[in-house]
Design a protein around this ligand. Structure first.
Ligand SMILES: Nc1nc2c(c(=O)[nH]1)N[C@H]1C(S)=C(S)[C@@H](COP(=O)(O)O)O[C@H]1N2
Ligand SMILES: [Mo]
Length: 371
């Protein structure tokens, strides 16, 4: 019998042309749930509706003994328990978080991994200490380039045994736009276990993989971090043998609360003739959402939606609303967001091997019938 880790942990792969979703992908999808799309109606996602993504297991946590170590290239290494962290002035930010793999299962060919459709998103109020406050207190040595963040969870991925670990450029880690948080509360409550209890990183505007959960160590380094989640995973590549570009900020996306009522199995929507209010949320990790448009004819004609004010919460999604006059028939509704820097959503699927940062427009099939 082959006793190597590779025997339980295969290489990354792309599904064959006719290959359906496997039991392994289903098992991942059952652990890592998305936002039910009707949950887009809330400004702040209620407890339990925020999407969840956990690479390995939710770790067992010793709540009394938890310490955050801040070390590496710093003048004064810190070891902070929860009481010490709570003694700093607290900052709260409303942040929309999205998994970089959102949209992966709609790609063709399909990268084999967590098979998100469009629902890997949520918005929460995160409270904690700015990371830059802790790094200033520790005193970063000149010549440092990155901060590396280590979670308490452990596993194996594509043959590599590891603690979940990611880095940020020092300019991002110590910046104030976005202001990175070491968060101990979500929506005014201690973090739930699945969202990183007792401590997680929150990096507003960045895809989910940067928001390291169960955070136990911050290490300042003078060389770029080349660990698995940085240099192997979360790269935009067309083929397995290129280094690829790192996945960073969230590309613009708009989602619609599916209108009318659904069929149990097909999830297809049924609406009545007349005015139908189309509503949802739109976000971008680069710049405020400037424009949201909807189409009911496959992108031939687009109608501008009214976009709500984002100003008090620059890192959270904006609401949008448009009226559609439904007549009996079948339709596919789509919506697309454009941010203030002109980034928008494609109508044809972009593709990369990991299935990352795919922001293809949502398609919502709708049947309009009289009652
Ligand atoms: N320690 C640790 N942090 C982690 C992860 C993980 O598996 N382990 N998953 C990351 C990924 S890929 C995402 S999308 C977000 C999900 O955060 P959430 O479950 O709170 O929505 O957490 C990130 N932080
Ligand atoms: Mo993710």
């Amino acid at each position: 019998m082959d006793g190597s880790l590779e025997s339980v942990s295969g290489p990354g792969r792309v599904a064959g042309p006719e290959e359906g979703i496997s039991t392994q992908e289903l098992a991942l999808a059952a652990r890592n749930h998305g936002l039910p799309l009707e949950g887009l109606r809330y400004d702040v996602t209620p407890p339990g509706l925020h999407y969840v993504l956990v690479h390995y297991d939710i770790p067992a946590v010793d709540t009394t003994g938890w310490q955050l170590a801040v070390g590496g290239r710093v003048r004064t290494p810190l070891a902070l328990d929860m009481a010490a962290l709570r003694a700093y002035p607290a900052v709260t930010q409303r942040v929309t978080m999205e998994c970089a793999g959102n949209g992966r299962a709609r790609l063709s060919p399909r990268p084999v991994s967590q098979p998100w459709l469009v629902e890997a998103v949520g918005t929460a109020e995160w409270t904690g200490v700015p990371l830059r406050t802790l790094l200033a207190e520790a005193g970063v040595e000149p010549g440092s380039v990155e901060a590396v963040f280590t979670g308490a969870d452990h596993g194996v991925e594509r043959g590599v045994e590891q603690d979940y670990r990611r880095s940020l450029p020092l300019a991002v880690a110590t910046g104030d736009w976005p202001e990175v948080l070491v968060a101990y509360a979500m929506n005014g409550q201690p973090l739930p276990p699945q969202h990183g209890y007792p401590l997680r990183l929150v990096v507003p505007g960045w895809y989910g993989m940067a928001h390291v959960k169960w955070l136990r160590e911050v290490t300042v380094t003078d060389t770029p971090f080349t660990g698995f989640q940085q240099a192997v995973a979360y790269r935009l590549r067309q083929s397995a043998d290129e280094p690829g570009e790192p996945v960073t900020r969230i590309a613009p996306r708009a989602l619609m609360i599916p209108p009318g009522f659904p069929d149990f199995m097909s999830r297809e929507r049924v609406v009545r003739p007349g005015f139908v209010a189309l509503e949802g949320r739109a976000w971008s990790g680069y710049a405020p959402v400037e424009r949201v448009e909807v189409t009911a004819d496959g992108g031939e004609t687009w109608t501008d939606a009214d976009v709500g004010r984002q100003a008090p919460h620059p890192w959270a999604w904006a609401s949008w609303r448009a009226l559609w006059t439904a007549e009996p028939g079948r339709y596919v509704l789509s919506v697309r967001a454009t941010d203030a820097e002109g980034r928008t959503q494609p109508l044809e699927q972009p593709w990369n091997r990991g299935g990352f940062a795919n922001n293809l427009v949502q398609h919502v099939p709708v049947l309009c019938v009289s009652d």
